[in-house]
Write a protein that binds this ligand. Sequence first.
Ligand code: RTP
Ligand code: MG
Length: 155
Amino acid sequence: SVDSSIESERTLAIIKPDGVSGNHTNSIKETILNNGFKITEESFIQLDEDRVKSFYAEHSSRSFFPSLVQYMISGPMLIMVLEKGNAIADWRALIGPTDPLKAKVTHPHSVRAICGLDLQKNCVHGSDSPQSAAREISFFFERTSSGHVSKHDEL
Ligand code: RTP
Ligand code: MG
């Protein structure tokens, strides 16, 4: 039988507005590909307030939520579906801790250490569990008879 550890898994990655405006898109995609992920979907989008509130609904009661929403609508983002074995945990490991300033100390080679600006403007997102990955991929992409298409107008 097939070794389940090599079954491919999908996760949602986002290069957030600060990552796109800071010109980190190409180097982050290179890092993704160099680490064995396939990028099976990608789309440049800009979210409106209601979509961001829905995407980050789990944080709606946090004091930083209004500021997080403004940040996430502030410019275009690149959303991607990444695929490989253990994609969810491996992408979270590659991006590093939430706070880039801490990441610079503890995980200096992580994406957030290299590209992130502060605890909010931390450059990238990664799904944190199989449940989150499934929800987030279907939040942005839907399957049709001809393959996946973005639910959003591409920029
Ligand atoms: P993400 O969901 O974006 O991959 O980030 P994460 O799991 O590492 O962190 P999470 O706790 O889910 O927070 C979501 C995003 O909210 C912003 N944030 N601001 N105290 C603060 O000001 C604060 N804490 C978090 C960050 O942009 C974080 O990625
Ligand atoms: Mg999170």
